[in-house]
Design a protein around this ligand. Structure first.
Ligand code: HEC
Length: 128
C-alpha cells in the first residue's frame, strides 16, 4: 500500500533525526569550537601557559566562560575587582597564592609547577 509506505518513511525520518538533534544541541551548549592560540592572539609565553592550564586546570575551570565546573569559570579573571568565590582582590599576588597554595576543593600547585610554568600560566590567565 502506498500510504503505509509513506507513513513508514516519515516515522523513520523522525526516529533517525532524534539522535541528530540531541547531538547537535548537546555539542552546541557544552563546547564551542576550540580557538587556536593565533586566533586568541596569544604570544609564546601565554600559549605555553595555556598548555599548563589545559593540563592542570581545565578539568575544573572554564577559561572563556563564567559558567562554573568544579571551580568557578575564569573568564575575565583579572578584569574583576574581587574574586567571585573567595572575595579576595583579583590581583597577581592573591591569584598566585591561590594557585600555589590551593583552596577548599582546589589542589595546591606550588610544588607541582616549575617557576617558568607558573609565570607562563599567570601570563595566560591575564588574557582571559
Ligand atoms: C579539582 C578541581 C580544581 C582544579 C584542578 C583547579 N581548581 Fe581552581 N578552584 C577550584 C575550586 C573548587 C575553587 C573555589 C575555591 C573557593 O571556595 O574559594 C577554585 C578557585 C580558583 C580561583 C579563584 C576563583 C574565584 O573566583 O574565587 C582561581 C584563580 C583558580 N581556582 C585557578 C586555578 C588554576 C590556575 C588552576 C590550575 C593550575 C586550578 N585553579 C585548578 C577547583 C579547582
Amino acid at each position: 500500500m502506498k500510504s503505509r509506505g509513506r507513513l513508514f518513511n516519515l516515522k523513520s525520518a523522525v526516529v533517525l533525526s532524534v539522535p541528530v538533534v540531541i547531538l547537535v544541541s548537546l555539542t552546541g551548549c557544552t563546547a564551542e569550537r576550540r580557538k587556536s592560540d593565533v586566533e586568541l592572539g596569544l604570544n609564546p609565553r601565554q600559549a605555553a601557559g595555556r598548555r599548563v592550564f589545559d593540563d592542570r586546570c581545565a578539568r575544573c575551570h572554564e577559561a572563556y566562560s563564567s559558567r562554573g565546573k568544579k571551580g568557578p569559570g575564569l573568564a575575565g579573571l583579572f578584569n574583576q575587582q574581587y574574586l567571585s568565590k573567595s572575595g579576595l582582590p583579583a590581583n597577581d599576588e592573591q591569584i598566585g597564592d591561590i594557585v600555589r597554595d590551593g583552596r577548599t576543593d582546589m589542589p595546591a600547585y606550588g610544588d607541582v609547577l616549575t617557576q617558568k610554568q607558573m609565570e607562563d600560566l599567570m601570563a595566560y590567565l591575564h588574557t582571559l
